[in-house]
Structures are given as C-alpha cells and as structure tokens.
Design a protein. Structure first.
Length: 696
C-alpha cells in the first residue's frame, strides 16, 4: 500500500464551510473518507451533495485534480458533480478524471490500445452497428436463418452482451435466458467468435469491449496497472450497487496502490440484475476490503414521514441487506392513499380524475408521475389520458399504441375489416419468413382488389419456395383469425396465441414475453368493444397518426416504468397495478428475485415527495378473474394508509381505513368486502360481477 497524506488545514484556511453546509452524517463522511469506504446513501439523503463535497475536500487539502478518478453511470451525473465543485471552488476541478465507466475506459484505451492489438483510432460501435456486424457474420457463415428461425441479430447481441458482462459462457446464457435455442448453441457460439474476429479486423470495439478490454489491459500488463493505480490516489464510485463483476474488478485494480476507494450506493435500490448488475459487490464490500469504514446517510430531504414509514416498513422484510431506516426532514403530510379498484379501467379513471383535479389546481404537470412495474401495465391509463386530452411523457419504452407488436395486431384486424388496405398488408406480411419487401408489395397490390378477406385464398401464390412457404403461413394465420368469434378481443387473442406469431416474436425480440404480455393487455382493452369498426376507429382517432404535437415542449405528466424512474422525484406519485402476479412480477420465484422486486417497490415509493397513491385492480383479464393485492401492500400496516373507495360510476370518496370496507356497484349494493388488511372476506361470483347484483 502506498501512503498518501492529505495536507493539514484548519477550517479557517478552507474556502468552504463544510460543517455548516452539510449535516452531521454528510460531514462525517466527507472528512473521514480515506481508505476503503462504503457510504450507504438512502433515497433522498443528499448522495450527490456528499460526493461533490468530498471531491472539493480533497482538492482543498492538496490533492491534484488529475489524481482523482470519479466514476459514474451517466454523463449527466458526472457533469453535475463537477459543475457543483466548480461553483464551490472556481476552476480548481479542471483535470479531474470524471465520467462514466465507459468514457473513462475509452480514454485509457486510447492511450494503450496497441498493447491489446488495436490502433488508437479504433471505432466504437453503437447497438445498431453491432447488430449490422452480427448480420454480416451470419451471412459470412452461411447460416440459414429462414428455414429454422435462427435468433435475430438483436437477440444475439443481447445474449453476447449478457454473457460478457456476467462472466458466463455463451452456452450458459443460452440455457439460462434463451433455452428454446439450445439446439442451435454451436452455431450461436460460432457467430460470437466470428463477431469478435471481425471487430478486431476492422479495429473497432462495442460498448462491452470498452470495459472488457480495459480489464484485460489491467490484468495482463503490470506496468500499465501500476502506472494507473499509482496516479489515481483517490477513486470515487457513484451508484456502486449497480456495478457488474467487470466494473467491480476494474475499480479494484485502479485503487489497489493507495487503497483510497470511496464507493457510494444503496443496496435497497439495487434493481438492475437483468443488466448483469451484481448486488454482492456492495453487500460484500466490508468483507472484501480489509479495514473498510461503513457510513450511513439516512436523513431524507425528499419525502414526508408518512411516505417514508411505508418505505421503511416494506424494505425491512428483505433479509440480505444493510439495515437502515430513513428519517424524514420535511414536515408531516397526508397519509398515502390505497385504492382497490374493480378493474383496470376503473383504476385508470381514478388516476385520471385525480390528475385532472391537480391540474385544475395549477399543479405543475411535470410534478405528477404514474409508475408501473412493466410497460404493458400502462395501457388502460394511456387510453384514458388520451380520451381526456391530457398530454403525457412516456419513459421506459414506447407509448403503448406505438409498439411494433401492437401495430402488428391492429394491422391484422384492419385486414379482416378491409382487405383493400395496402399498408396493413405490408405490415402483416413482414412477420412471415420468406416474404421480402418486393414480394410483399406485389401481394399487397393484388390483394387490394379483394372484397372479403376469405377471398384471399383465390390469389395466385408468389413464386419461389420460401415465398410460398411464407404466404401459406400468412394464409393460415388470417384464416384462424377470421374464423374466431367475431369480436376485436377474440381476433387479437387468436393472433397472440398462434404458434406462427409467437414463433416470430421469440426469434426476433429479446423481450418476446413482455410483448406477449402487451398483447394480453390489448385483449383486455378490446373486450370493451363488440364492433370491430368502432374499435379500429377509436384506436386510429385517438392515436392521431401523423399529426404534429403542438404541445411537444410544454410540461407534461410523466408515465414511467419504475426502473426508468430511479434517481428522479415528483410531488405526486401514483403506483398502479399493484396486484399479485404484476408487482412482484409473475415470473419471480426465488427469494432473491422477490427481494429485488421489493427493492423495486421501495424505489417507486421513495420517488414521492408529498402525495403517494397505491392502487390495484381487483379483477384482471376480461374481468372474470379475481386478483389479490401485491404482497408488498400486505406488508404495510393498515394505519399507514387511507383507503379510497371507488364506486362503479367512477365517483370516489376517501376515508381512513376501518376494520371492514365495502365496495359497491352502481345500485349501491356491496360487491366485494375486505377486512382491515385488505384481505377479501367475501366476493361475488364472476356472473354476479358482470350483472352487478348482490350475490355475496
């Protein structure tokens, strides 16, 4: 270990009054942050402020800027921290090595590229470039991707990336995440090897390479490793709970000369295992770094005590964590609301009603957010907001009706309704292997003369064996849809359940399961309609295809997945679809997965500053199936919530929870009865639910 001693200065010698600017917890971290340090920074506890002042403290105590390495996960975070340091000290921070893991890796690799067999002017491939290169490898290897539905370049890219970031063999990842491709694993491995060779031959790296090549450089070149580790007297890492095994090893090598490793994070907000983030990096830090100090930042400057009480109570159920309890600094506020709704449409009505009320009270739209576990949970609310002409910004993906698979389904319905629709033909034909653009155009032009979709069998098949195979596949799918029960919901259900379309999704997209969930949600929405034309009209008119949004730069409410909401905060937060099987996700089975889902719920709750609304629909699908509330709702003491009772005419009233609460239909008859903890005491049969009569 190389010793490095900060210059001794008294408070009057410093430009910044650290003790006055920071609370006692933050000040303790800033002045005692030498050696290996783990800072457990709870939500809203001033993490960025603490890191900023720690950097300023080092500079004011004689550390040269180029001897400080600050690693973040976004360029915005590093710019914000360095910007704040400049505000505090002027231009004293010039020369600090600050940036994302990837940007710092790029900078180092430019200096030492030749040691790895690359030239310093290597190109960096973005995701589209990588997919194009993988497509080229498939062609060069003459792999037949049509007859046997080989995984798409998007799936291969995701598979290779996860393999490298997790430190697993390609075959292990195929078995773990894409078992349906196990019979193709040798070809997949060959594509991966060809991809690596081609990148090297053309002097290029993808984003994963930046980290992997840096790790290789550090582990295989002792002179480089010693040079860099000696230079960086202080290494600071933000959001340490989000690091993967590669990043953790890089940090370890770069800090092993001086051992001044300062990592900040919150194990309770570790929610990115699907990106290969490893929570063990933060949980095991005190064990893997001898003599490590552990500090806690628990004073929360964001949320009311009532909101934090829920967050603290729920996260306490996790067993693998550092125990801590957030302490509210802001004044007391209203109890968070708990809203069991009869259905998803009723839940959407409630959320939209409250949003309308807030907007009428001149609340800033950008201070209102609706959060959900998965993208498809937002569909009912999106349609309700569009009907009310409430503008919203969508984060975590595309708006529901803009997603490719939703447009696929609507294209098939348009063909059933109007077989002359050329644009619908072009979209519907694209999913069938063997039908290229030229063939699709010919078929669409010919089919535009049809009067009924059943006449499609009279068309002359296209030339070529593959095209004919694809055309037969299309005919079979259209025939199955046309022969299903004549409602929009049944048309969509037939498409989504067909082996033809499921096979297409599974071979084309890494998130095929999520896309099928979207289609299930579309079935639920379509079940409100009996007439196909009315359904298509409502979809098309609501989407306002091709129109310029004049309000594009005005403040909007935010709809977001919880994953995308991490690090953000709003005055008013709605967390919707908190039902069993939705949040936590239905695919979670192990205790580790449930604990991560609980951390995700914790992140959702701690986004709220003033008001929090927790809602769930008591029925799913088409309204036949009862849904229990999320286990995370069950983990909240009843006195911490104010129950909002909804009636089927969409009016609502709220009151504190009582021992028993009744939810009534339009005739004011009890529909479902719950006890104080939200447990169902009695419930109607599906038929009574539909008829709206008292049959408890």
């Amino acid at each position: 270990m190389t010793e490095f001693v900060l210059s001794s200065k008294t408070a009057k010698d410093l430009k910044i009054d650290y003790q006055n600017d920071l609370n006692d917890q933050q000040f303790n971290v800033v002045q005692k942050g030498d050696g290996p340090v783990l800072v457990l920074a709870g939500a809203g506890s001033g993490k960025t402020r603490t890191i900023t002042y720690r950097v300023a403290w080092l500079l004011e105590h004689g550390v040269s800027p180029d001897h400080i390495l600050l690693l973040t996960f976004t360029n915005k975070a590093s710019r914000e921290m360095i910007g704040r340091v400049n505000q505090l000290l002027g231009d004293s921070s010039s020369g600090i090595w600050a940036g994302t893991f990837h940007s710092v890796a790029n900078r180092i690799l430019r200096m030492y590229a030749r040691k790895l067999g690359f030239e310093p002017n290597f190109s960096i491939l973005d995701q589209e470039d990588s997919r194009d290169l993988i497509s080229l490898c498939l062609k060069e290897l003459a792999i037949d991707t049509k007859n046997r539905r080989f995984p798409s370049p998007s799936i291969l890219q995701e598979l290779f990336s996860y393999s490298r970031n997790k430190g697993l063999e390609v075959s292990e990842v195929v078995e773990l995440r894409h078992a349906r491709f196990l019979h193709l694993v040798r070809d997949i491995e060959e594509v991966g090897q060809a991809y690596e060779r081609l990148k090297k031959a053309q002097n290029s790296m993808d984003f994963d390479d930046l980290l992997l090549k840096l790790l290789n450089l550090l582990e295989q070149n002792e002179d480089v490793r010693l040079c860099l580790a000696t230079q960086f007297q202080y290494v600071l890492v933000d959001e340490f709970q989000d690091t993967n095994v590669i990043q953790a090893r890089i940090v370890q090598w770069l800090s092993n000369a001086h051992r001044n490793l300062f990592v900040v994070g919150d194990d309770a907000q570790s929610i990115y295992s699907f990106r290969a983030a490893d929570i063990q990096n933060i949980l095991s830090f005190p064990d893997t770094h001898a003599g490590a100090q552990v500090f806690h930042l628990t004073k929360n400057y964001r949320s009311t005590p009532e909101i934090l009480a829920i967050a603290n109570e729920v996260i306490a159920n996790n067993t693998k964590q550092f125990e801590k309890e957030l302490q509210a600094i802001v004044p007391s506020g209203d109890l968070p609301c708990y809203i069991p709704a009869q259905s998803q449409p009723q839940e959407a009505h409630y959320v939209a009603d409250v949003i309308c009320r807030l907007l009428s009270q001149n609340e800033d739209p950008s201070q209102i957010a609706v959060l959900f576990r998965a993208a498809f949970h937002s569909q009912a609310l999106e349609f309700e907001l569009m009907r009310r002409d409430i503008s919203y910004e969508y984060r975590g993906g595309m708006k529901f009706f803009e997603r490719a698979h939703i447009k696929d389904a609507i294209a098939y319905l348009r063909l059933i309704h109007n077989p002359k629709d050329i644009s619908a033909w072009m979209r519907a034909l694209r999913i069938h292997a063997g039908i290229g653009l030229v063939t699709a155009q010919k078929i669409a032009q010919t089919a535009s003369g049809l009067e009924r979709i059943s006449d499609v069998f009279l068309l002359t098949p296209p030339k070529g064996a593959r095209a004919q195979q694809g055309w037969t596949s299309c005919l079979n799918l259209l025939d199955a849809i046309d022969k299903s029960v004549k409602t929009p919901a049944d048309f969509i259900k037939t498409l989504a359940s067909s082996s033809i379309y499921k096979d297409y999704l599974e071979h084309e997209y890494p998130n095929a399961a999520e896309r099928l969930d979207d289609l299930e949600q579309l079935v639920t929405f379509a079940s409100q309609y009996v007439d196909l034309q009315t359904f298509l009209d409502d979809i098309s008119l609501t989407q306002e295809y091709g129109q310029q949004d004049d309000d594009a730069f005005l403040p909007r409410i935010v709809l977001s997945t919880v994953h995308q909401a991490k690090g953000l905060e709003w005055n008013h937060v709605f967390v919707i679809n908190l039902s069993e099987g939705a949040f936590p996700h239905k695919n979670c089975s192990s205790e580790e997965e449930i604990e991560e889902e609980r951390r995700l719920f914790y992140v959702a709750v701690t986004r709220a500053r003033k008001r929090l609304h927790l809602s769930y629909p008591m029925t799913g699908g088409r309204g036949y199936e009862y849904q229990a509330p999320s286990l995370f709702i069950d983990e909240i003491s009843s006195h911490r919530l104010e129950r909002v009772e909804l009636r089927s005419n969409e009016r609502f009233e709220s009151r504190p929870l009582r021992n028993r609460s009744s939810f009534r239909n339009i005739d004011d008859e009890p529909m479902i009865v719950l006890d104080n903890d939200g447990e169902v005491i009695n419930r109607p049969s599906p038929s009574s639910f539909l008829r709206g009569i008292d049959e408890l």
